[in-house]
Design a protein around this ligand. Structure first.
Ligand code: 5RP
Length: 222
């Protein structure tokens, strides 16, 4: 199977996992990216079995609406049983790097609300140590240079993602060359830099379940 087929397989596996728990009133949190898109396309076949979704980005909201799935504002939703999203990297503790698609802040917010976070990924995303994928950090535009200097002090190599404006009107610094041995500590250190809105480490709130697409089938890690 190629990478696209693995993404489709994990998208379908997530739908299969959710379906027995869905009720007419269920609202599902949904992430951003090509793997999340596979999930949305598979979920759309069952749109009569749940109420709607909360989207982690404008792109995801548009795709859901194209399928005729109602999209709710998070503030108007009392609870989310599930959040389903991809990742740029995951370790075996289900700590993640996310934000390759620049949606990290809204993704982290929706994941924080959800009872169960199901991460879907092909096996190229599984690593022993996070950090080969440059860690995205969302930054208030006027703080970009200050934040970059502070990240250098932490040992990272920040690169401005040229031309990228997040759904929140901010910019992204991608931090290269960090072997992240203590993801929770780095998540805190980055969040304490003035001007940082959010960083792409999902360590304090890791995934609860990882559906990993491999050539021999979809593996479930918890
Ligand atoms: C978007 C994300 C995505 O989940 C991550 O980039 C993975 O994307 P893809 O499924 O396209 O590989 O964090 O901000």
């Amino acid at each position: 199977m190629n990478q696209d087929q693995l993404k489709q397989a994990v998208g379908q596996a997530a739908v299969d996992l959710l379906l027995p728990d869905l009720e007419d009133s269920s609202i599902i949190g949904i992430g951003t990216g090509s793997t999340a898109n596979c999930f949305i396309d598979a979920l759309a076949k069952h749109k009569g079995f749940f109420d709607g979704a909360v989207a982690s980005s404008e792109a995801t909201a548009a795709r859901l609406k194209e399928h005729g799935i109602p999209v709710y504002e998070l503030n108007n939703v009392f609870e989310l049983a599930f959040y389903i999203d991809g990742a740029d990297e995951t370790n075996r503790h289900l700590e993640l790097i996310k934000g390759g698609g620049a949606a990290l802040t809204r993704e982290k917010i929706v994941a924080a609300v959800a009872k169960t976070f199901i991460c879907i990924a092909d096996d190229s995303k599984l690593v022993d140590t996070l950090g080969s994928f440059p860690l995205p950090v969302e930054v208030i535009p006027m703080a970009r240079s200050h934040v970059a200097r502070e990240i250098v002090k932490l040992g990272g190599d920040p690169v401005y993602r040229d031309g990228c404006v997040t759904d929140n009107g901010n910019v992204i610094l991608d931090v290269h060359n960090m072997q992240i041995h203590d993801p929770r500590k780095l998540e805190d250190q980055l969040n304490s830099i003035v001007g940082v809105v959010c960083n792409g480490l999902f360590a304090h709130r890791p995934a609860d379940i990882l559906l990993l697409g491999t050539s021999s089938g979809v593996e479930t890690l918890k």
